[in-house]
Design a protein around this ligand. Structure first.
Ligand code: PMP
Ligand code: GLN
Length: 380
């Protein structure tokens, strides 16, 4: 393993999901639902396979039907208009979009400011691009970005801001005033913004606001999303980028040599999913909000310090009230102690001290699974 990837051996998600399987624990670690998405969308994927649509290499930028559906989705939910041919790129999940965008847009030595805790692939991909990550720590108890601190982190080497709203793992959703301040700094310093919006349809208070909609931002923003979370098919790995033509062209160049194209039949199904009626998106959000409240109450009863998320399907907790100090030790022991798996937030920090006592639980599971997990955690 080269120096750039030193210390990035196995992702925490793989480690903790393997531990869940090995110990037969309830897995509230890795974020994937235990119920698949809509039957009609699964059938659309099956139909595409059986009818021979997408079984051979699809077009590199993505099938036209999906690029059009992505553009229509941006218009329908946010009033943003993107041209399906030049301003939309289909990727192998948001993960590939993140990698391709960073590899295409960074020069070695560039600095990237990213919210800390960061989703683990950000650190790895910034490193693979030979760039340096500069963390802006979201601190307890509110986990909001300090915008004066953001200003102070910008240097002549800063090339881009990597933001994530709703934010994994804290559940922070950037408010319009925060987005406006971030946008103003990006314009003032001529920075690009990559925005990871995979949880765009999981906002419980206030709504999702894409930074690309703000003045001066459309031409400098690479927006990333994915079907995995919104339609509960995380295994399909269909993601997309929307951005100005030059930026999409750059990301497409990198994507060509990472995967060349993304799996064909699922693209037809996701094109249908993006056109589901408003009721689908509302029901999905309402279900997850109820699950959030169920798990938040249970974790509080079990003695955790609970940070209520505004978005995503994760709850960040503080284990200090349980008399615990270290989230990694706690999460490694938890399966043996009570048959539950969680994720230590600490692995998403450079400033490990800021995340030491924080542990993340997902609530995208059946109610009975959440209730059983809570019952077990109460016995700690
Ligand atoms: N970004 C964030 C913030 C995530 O939580 C995830 C997890 N799935 C991804 C990107 C990756 O998405 P995908 O599965 O579509 O690659
Ligand atoms: N995004 C999900 C999470 O944060 C899963 C990611 C993964 O397994 N790489 O848990």
């Amino acid at each position: 393993l080269n120096r750039r990837l030193a210390g990035m051996g196995t992702t925490i998600f793989a480690e903790m999901s393997a531990l869940a399987t090995a110990t037969g624990s309830i897995n509230l670690g890795q974020g994937f639902p235990d119920t698949d998405g809509p039957r009609e969308i699964a059938e659309a994927a099956a139909r595409a396979v059986l009818e021979g649509r997408g079984n051979q290499y699809p077009p590199g930028p993505g099938i036209p039907e999906l690029r059009t559906a992505v553009a229509e989705h941006q218009q329908r939910f946010y009033g943003l208009s993107y041209h399906p041919d030049t301003e939309v790129l289909v990727t192998a999940g948001a993960t590939e979009a993140i990698a391709a965008a960073l590899l295409a847009l960074l020069e070695p030595g560039d600095e990237v400011i990213a919210f800390e805790p960061f989703y683990d692939s950000y650190a790895a991909c910034i490193a693979m691009a030979g760039a340096t990550r500069v963390p802006l720590t979201l601190r307890q108890p509110a986990f909001r970005p300090d915008l004066d601190e953001l200003r102070s982190l910008i240097t002549p080497r800063t090339r881009l801001l990597l933001i994530n709203t709703p934010h994994n793992p804290t559940g922070t959703v950037l408010h319009p005033d925060e987005l406006a301040a971030i946008a103003a700094l990006a314009v003032e310093h001529d920075l690009l913004v990559i925005t990871d919006e995979v949880y765009e349809h999981l906002v419980f208070t206030g709504g999702h606001h894409p930074i690309a909609a703000l003045p001066g931002m459309r031409e400098r923003t690479v927006a990333i999303s994915s079907a995995g979370k919104t339609f509960s098919f995380t295994g399909w790995k269909v993601g997309w980028v929307t951005a100005a033509p030059e930026l999409v062209a750059a990301v497409r160049t990198a994507k060509q040599y990472l995967t060349y194209v993304s799996a064909g039949p699922f693209q037809y199904a996701v094109a249908e999913a993006l056109r589901l009626p408003a009721s689908y998106f509302e029901q999905f959000r309402a279900d997850l909000r109820r699950k959030r409240d169920l798990l938040a109450t249970g974790l509080a009863d079990a003695g955790f310090g609970v940070h209520e998320p505004e978005g995503t399907y994760f709850i960040t907790t503080d284990i200090t009230p349980l008399g615990e100090k270290d989230g990694i030790e706690f999460c490694r022991a938890l399966p043996e102690r009570c048959g539950v798996v969680a994720i230590p937030n600490q692995v998403f920090y450079d400033n490990t001290e800021a995340g030491r006592s924080l542990v993340r639980f997902t609530f995208c599971k059946k109610d009975e699974v959440l209730l059983t997990a809570v019952e077990r955690l109460r016995r700690l």
